[in-house]
Design a protein around this ligand. Structure first.
Ligand code: NAP
Length: 243
């Protein structure tokens, strides 16, 4: 592939977990990657991507902040001159029952999981429209489709992400831009690591495949969907048959 035909991807929250696996998957397929991170150090990921022969730019930004999201996209454009893929992966949980959930825990989860995706999409859209090509994949959750006790904030944010996905897909489709969402079930990452053993055991019983998912498996699906040219406004579940 000649230098000016190389593609570039922005992956938010890419320093660990699913985001890291997604960033590596795109790099393996010859795509340059803008690795967004907040606090976790992305240095070893950057080195691994460069070992794979892809370009890599690490940009620190809280995607929940409109101006920081603008900075992230601008840095990516400055470096690669195009954005072909946007993977909105950054996410947090602040679990608690609705009777006890504080306003700050609701706001923080919505700000990162939902507004973060709006912010990056808002800044990337003019670029993709000008290119007349691009693919956006939002990482939602089965909690956003079916609800989950103790996760009213997270489920609401992830459900909102489904609405954002379908609406933006309708707005950008006429220019050949696809917008889809992936809804994972229980994937083994730091996010799920802290759950009590009893909760994990109960969850396992509800998974048809009787095992937790791996970040790599989600990354493979995200990469596949991002390259499906005739698929848009869809939500694809990857949960081992849990739902
Ligand atoms: P993870 O290991 O905790 O990784 C989350 C990543 O998001 C971290 O790199 C984190 O950065 C980053 N992040 C958080 N807030 C951010 C912000 N404001 N700006 C930029 N980056 C931010 O979790 P994961 O399991 O890989 O989750 C990835 C995505 O999949 C999330 O959207 C999550 O909701 C979704 N998901 C996960 C599961 C699961 O079972 N694991 C299931 C369904 C959906 P720092 O480390 O620097 O904070």
């Amino acid at each position: 592939m000649s230098e000016n035909k190389r593609k570039a991807a922005i992956v938010t929250g890419a320093a660990k977990g699913i985001g890291r696996a997604v960033a590596l998957k795109f790099a393996q397929s010859g795509v340059d990657v803008v690795v967004n991170y907040r606090a976790s150090d992305p240095a070893d990921l950057v080195a691994e991507i460069e070992r794979l022969g892809a370009g890599c730019l690490a940009v620190q930004a809280d995607v929940g902040d409109f101006e920081q999201a603008r900075h992230l996209v601008a840095k990516g454009m400055e470096k690669y001159g195009r954005i072909d893929y946007l993977i909105n992966n950054a996410g947090i949980t602040r679990d608690g029952l609705i009777l006890k959930m504080g306003e700050a825990d609701f706001d923080a989860v919505v700000d990162t999981n939902l507004k973060g995706a709006f912010n990056t999409t808002r800044h990337v859209s003019p670029i993709m429209l000008k290119q007349k090509s691009g693919a956006i994949v939002n990482i939602t959750s089965v909690a956003g489709l079916h609800g989950n006790a103790g996760q009213a904030n997270y489920s609401a944010a992830k459900a909102g992400l489904v609405g954002l996905t379908k609406s933006v897909a309708k707005e950008l489709g006429s220019r050949g831009i696809t917008v889809n969402a992936v809804a994972p079930g229980f994937i083994e990452t730091d996010m799920t690591d802290s759950l009590p053993e009893a909760v994990k055991t109960k969850l396992l019983e509800s998974i048809a495949l009787r095992r937790y998912g791996q970040a790599q498996e989600v990354a493979d699906l995200v990469h596949f969907i991002a390259n499906c040219k005739y698929m848009t406004a869809q939500v694809v579940t990857i949960d081992g048959g849990m739902s």
